[in-house]
Structure formats: C-alpha cells, structure tokens
Design a protein around this ligand. Sequence first.
Ligand code: NAD
Ligand code: GLY
Length: 359
Amino acid sequence: METLHVDLGDRSYPIYIGSGLLQQPELLTGHIRGQSAALVSNVTVGPLYADKVSNALKKLKTTEILLPDGEQYKTLEVLQNIFTGLLETRMDRTTTLIALGGGVVGDMTGFAAACYQRGVDFIQIPTTLLAMVDSSVGGKTGVNHPLGKNMIGAFYQPQCVIIDTDTLDTLDDKQLSAGIAEVIKYGIILDADFFSWLEDNMDRLLARDKDALAYAIKRSCEIKADVVAADEKEKGQRALLNLGHTFGHAIETASGYGNWLHGEAVGAGIVLAAEMAQRLGWIDTTDVERMRQLIRQASLPLKPPAEMTTEQFIDLMAVDKKVIDGRLRLVLPKRIGKAVVTSEFPVEALRETLASALA
Ligand code: NAD
Ligand code: GLY
C-alpha cells in the first residue's frame, strides 16, 4: 500500500492506494470519530462493494443510502435523498458519511456532509479511475444545475481517501478511458516526464496492467495533492486542474448531463485548449500533435459534438466558475508540462478555434 498526504494543516488527510484495501477494515474505522456511519453509494456500485465496506462497520450504528446512477441525478433534488436517509435513521452530527462510487457519488456525498447539521465527517472510497485520480482528492463537492455544471457546492475535505485498485476490475473500458483523460491532464499542465511515461505506457493502462495503473494513480494523486495543498480554494494555481474543463463542461451541459462522459468531454476539451494555444502561436505544433495522439490512443474523442454551434459554446462557457467580472479565463498549454490560466486572448481566436473544430 502507498500512502500519500494532502497537507492542509489541521484538515490534512491521507490517501491510501493499493490492492485489497476494502479488506482492511481498520483503514476505514481508524478515520471514523463517532459511533455511527452512513454508507452512500449508487444502485450499480452498491451491490458490488457495499457489503465489503459494511463488514468493516459492524460495531457502529449504520445505514445505507443508494442513489440512482448517472450524472443526470447529480442534482439538488436527489441530494435530498441523502438528507432524508440520514434524518430517518436519526444520524446525529457525529456521524460519518462514506462515499462509495465514482465522482458523482463522491461529489454529492461530500456536499451532503458539508451541509448535514452544518457539517459532518466524510470519507471517500472512489471506485472509478476518474474518481481515484481526481474527484476524491481535494475537497471539491457539489451538484449540477440545469444552467451549469457543478455550479452549487462547497469546498469540504474528507477525513481520508481509500483507493482500492481492485474495484477497477468491474469498471467498463469506456469509463477507464474517461479516467485516463484526467491523468493525461496532469502530464500536460505540470509534468512532462509523466506525459512521456503515458506515451510509453498507454497500452499497458488500457490493458489494465496493475502496476501501470497503480503508478498512474499514485503520480496523479501526488500532483493533485501538491496543487491542492498550495491553493485549496482555487485562488490561483489550482485552476490549472481545469485544463479542458471549460470546453468540456459546455459539451456536457449542451448534450444533456450523462450523454457525454465527463472524461470524454475533458478529452475533447483538452484538444480544443491545445488548438486555441496553437492558434495564438503559444505552443509548438509538435506538442499539440503529441497531445492529440495520446488522447486518440486513450480512445477518447478528439472533437466536440458536431451538432454544437460556436455561439452555443460561447454562451455555455460564460457560465464557468473561472469567469471573473464577466471575463472568461481559460487554461491553455504553453508546452507539454506547462500551462497558464489566462484571460489575455482575443475572443475572436476562441471563435475561430471552435468554428474550425466544429466544421
Ligand atoms: P460516475 O460517478 O458517473 O461513474 C461512472 C459510472 O461507473 C457510473 O455508472 C457508476 O455507477 C459506474 N461505476 C463506478 N464504479 C464502478 C465500478 N468499480 N465498477 C463498475 N461500475 C462502476 O462518473 P465519474 O467519471 O467517476 O465521475 C464524474 C463526475 O466527477 C462528474 O460529475 C464530474 O463533475 C465530477 N468530478 C469532480 C471532480 C472534483 O474535483 N470534485 C473532479 C473531476 C470530476
Ligand atoms: N478537478 C479540479 C479540481 O479539483 O480543482
């Protein structure tokens, strides 16, 4: 087992990564401070793994809350199911919520924990690659609004993150690729060597080689933990983690939540960000081609949905948490291993980039 740390003073926490961790109850119970716990999962992941987690909770008062499965259920309305489950079983403010699932379950459970009785503990047990390398770490929690992705939420850190890599065995290939989009992101924004490693090892990742997956998860979590420790509330550097996301969120909102996977939208969004940087003359064509090639190799889409229009993109991109005083900011790569967050670009370049990708 590898243990990493997210250093946030008195809110610091460990990330445990390894095989068979759901069979180690003390990892979980060691981070539960009260006498009760609520396991929150969904109707797909619950039947696969909830028993293993419940086994570890035998000595506590527990309840299990299963949400419907899908990005379209990441709403305030469905969040209410968590609060109802907690209130019906009289869970008090010493209870711990345990999120077992992908990013949707993790983001919703974290937000419920931030709100329930003004804040209770929570633990992340991510079961998708995307949640292991990104959403379970760093404390961004929340739900979607019909007008914008992840627009309602809170920064709220877990007590720990338990990544049992064996849970990936039941994840389908499309979801695995979606997670790889976020892994590629780390290489582009901050670590050229990791990007090269991904170029050399993409086939092993897609073939689910355990060592390759474990390394990719560890390196991604290390990078994310460092960024979050330096800028928890996204006043600066943390925005780099949104490479491809402003474009990607527009794709997700336009196509109806759940139709494009988040990771797929991020993959196409990274290509758009690279093409925009290329249009501005900020990046070598060779680097853009390497990014395109790696995203293609990961079986991710290179282009946004053809039915979207440039104006629709621009409208949806205006509803982004990086917009300040009406000015859109984008994360754009300068080379592999370096990206910037900037509003210093002519909006015409954005229009041309989108028009060309949609042509
Ligand atoms: P998801 O949670 O919808 O999971 C994808 C699918 O895989 C679901 O159908 C789920 O039931 C299923 N699944 C999960 N684990 C499984 C397993 N082990 N075996 C079989 N099936 C399994 O999607 P996701 O890609 O994990 O997360 C996407 C969400 O994460 C989006 O809402 C996105 O906004 C959010 N996100 C948040 C952050 C953050 O920092 N908080 C970062 C990135 C993404
Ligand atoms: N996934 C982006 C962030 O955590 O900041």
